[in-house]
Design a protein around this ligand. Structure first.
Ligand code: NDP
Ligand code: MG
Length: 398
C-alpha cells in the first residue's frame, strides 16, 4: 500500500533530495503535504510536479502562493500557515511518514508533533533533538513513533549497530557487545587552515563544502565543527549512550559515514558515496531497502581513506558542544540557540568566523543552566540564549 509522506522543509537541500528518492518510487510513496518558508516559486514548481494535498507557508506568504498557483492553473491544494499549520500536517491522521527537514529550532514543535502522533519520523533536523533530547526520545517511546536518523553519520551508526539495539535499556552505557561509536567528520572546507587564516574566511568560502552540497546553516556548522558537536549530542540521545563513548574521527574523504566498535575487536563501518539520498532511502524503507540513483562506491577510484583527530584549538565549537552534553539540562538548547544567532551574524558579515564559538561560549557562561523538564522551559532557554547572543553580537568589542 502507498505511504503518505509529509516533507517539512521541502524547498531545502534535504527536502529536494527526499523528492528525488520518492520520485523513483511512485507506487510506494505519495507526497501528501509539503512546507516552505521563503522559496515560494520553488514551492509552486513542487506543487505542479507532485500535487500535494496540503502546503504550509508563513501567513505573510499565503497571498503570493495563491496568486502563483492560480497563474499556473493549479487547484485543489489546501493552504495552511505558520507553526499551527506545520504542526497540523506533521500530525495529520492521513500521514504515515514525516521527513523533518526544517533547519534549526523552528523545526522543534512540528517534529515533536509528528513523534507524538506516532509517525515514522525521518530526522534530519538535528537541532530539534539537540534541544529537546530526553523529551523527544521519551515521546517516541510513549507514542510508538519510529524515529529514524537521516543525518548520514547517525544513519551509518544505526546500520552498524546490532538489531534491536534501540529497544534495549537506555542507561548511557554501550550494550550488546558495543564498546564505542566512532563519529566521522569531514573536517569541512578549512580543515588545514591556520588560526590566523580562519580569522579572514568569508561566508562564501564557508558555504563551499568539499564533499556535500547542503543548506547554508549546516555548511557553516560543518566548517566550525559545531555540526559535529551537534551530532555528538544527537548520537547520545538517539543511541542512549554517554558522550564518553563517542569519539570524533576526522575523515576528509567522507566515504566512511561512521563506525561502531565492538568488544571483540571488530569495527563496523558504513560506506558510500556522499549523497544524502542514501540515508533518506534507508530511513524511508527500513527494514527494507529501496533503490536510489546513487552510484555504488568504486574503491578503485576512492582508494585513499585518511583519518586524524580533530583539532579543538582551531575548532573550539566541538569542545563547547561536548561540554554542553556533559552538563546536560538546558545547556544543549542554549548552545544551539546561540549558534543559530552567531551563524546568521557571520553570514551577514557582522562577526568573524572565529567569533562564532566566542558568541556560543559567552552565551553558555551567561545563562544559568537547569533541568530541561518541559518543552516550555526549553523554548524559554532558547529565547533567552538568542537575546544574550544577539546582544553580544551587537555590542562586541565594547
Ligand atoms: P536548507 O537551508 O537547505 O533548508 C531548510 C528548509 O527549512 C527549507 O525548506 C526552508 O524553507 C525551511 N525553513 C527555514 N526556516 C524556517 C522556519 N523558520 N520555519 C519553517 N521552515 C523553515 O537546509 P538543509 O536541507 O541543508 O538542512 C535541513 C536540516 O537537515 C538541518 O537541520 C540540517 O542540519 C539537517 N541536515 C542536512 C544535511 C544536508 O546534507 N543538507 C545533512 C544532515 C542533516 P525555504 O527554503 O522555503 O526558506
Ligand atoms: Mg551529518
Amino acid at each position: 500500500m502507498s505511504q503518505a509522506v509529509c516533507i517539512l522543509g521541502v524547498t531545502g537541500s534535504i527536502g529536494q533530495s527526499t523528492l528525488k528518492v520518492l520520485q523513483q518510487h511512485p507506487e510506494q510513496y505519495s507526497v501528501f503535504a509539503v512546507t516552505a518558508h521563503s522559496r515560494i516559486q520553488e514551492l509552486v514548481q513542487i506543487c505542479k510536479q507532485y500535487h500535494p494535498k496540503i502546503v504550509v507557508v508563513p501567513a505573510a506568504k499565503v497571498d503570493e502562493l495563491q496568486q502563483l498557483l492560480a497563474q499556473q492553473h493549479i487547484s485543489g491544494i489546501e493552504i495552511l500557515s505558520d507553526e499551527a499549520g506545520l504542526i497540523a500536517v506533521a500530525e495529520h491522521p492521513e500521514v504515515d511518514v514525516v521527513m523533518a527537514a526544517i533547519v534549526g529550532a523552528a523545526g522543534l514543535l512540528p517534529t515533536l508533533a509528528a513523534v507524538k502522533a506516532g509517525k515514522r519520523v525521518l530526522l534530519a533536523n538535528k537541532e530539534a533533538l539537540v534541544m529537546s533530547g530526553d523529551i523527544m526520545m521519551q515521546a517516541a517511546r510513549e507514542h510508538g513513533a519510529l524515529l529514524l536518523p537521516v543525518d548520514s553519520e547517525h544513519n551509518a551508526i544505526f546500520q552498524c549497530l546490532p538489531e534491536h539495539y534501540l529497544q534495549t535499556e537506555r542507561n548511557g552505557q554501550p550494550k550488546l557487545g558495543v564498546s564505542q561509536i566512532l563519529l566521522t567528520a569531514s573536517g569541512g572546507p578549512f580543515l588545514n587552515h591556520s588560526l590566523e587564516e580562519l580569522q579572514h574566511v568569508t561566508p562564501a568560502q564557508a558555504c563551499k563544502h568539499p564533499n556535500w552540497s547542503m543548506g547554508q546553516k549546516i555548511s557553516v556548522d560543518s566548517a566550525t565543527l559545531m555540526n559535529k558537536g551537534l551530532e555528538l549530542i544527537e548520537a547520545c540521545h538517539l543511541f542512549a549512550i554517554s558522550e564518553h563513548f563517542v569519539t570524533v574521527v576526522v575523515h576528509p574523504q567522507s566515504i566512511i559515514h561512521s563506525m561502531v566498535q565492538y568488544v571483540d575487536g571488530s569495527t563496523l563501518a558504513q560506506m558510500g558515496n556522499p549523497d544524502m539520498c542514501t540515508p533518506i532511502a534507508h530511513a524511508l524503507a527500513w527494514p527494507q531497502r529501496i533503490q536510489t540513483h546513487v552510484p555504488p562506491l568504486d574503491l578503485f577510484v576512492n582508494h585513499q581513506l585518511d583519518f586524524q583527530a580533530p583539532d579543538t584549538t582551531r575548532f573550539p565549537a566541538l569542545s563547547l558542544a561536548r561540554q554542553a552534553m556533559q552538563e546536560g539540562g538546558l545547556a544543549p538548547a542554549i548552545l544551539n540557540a546561540a549558534n543559530e544567532i552567531a551563524v546568521a551574524a557571520f553570514l551577514q558579515q557582522k562577526i568573524r568566523f572565529t567569533e562564532i564559538a566566542t558568541v556560543v561560549e559567552h552565551t553558555l557562561n551567561q545563562i544559568q543552566n537547569s533541568a530541561a523538564e518541559s518543552i516550555e522551559l526549553i523554548l524559554q532557554a532558547d529565547q533567552n540564549a538568542r537575546a544574550v547572543a544577539q546582544h553580544f553580537v551587537l555590542n562586541k568589542g565594547s
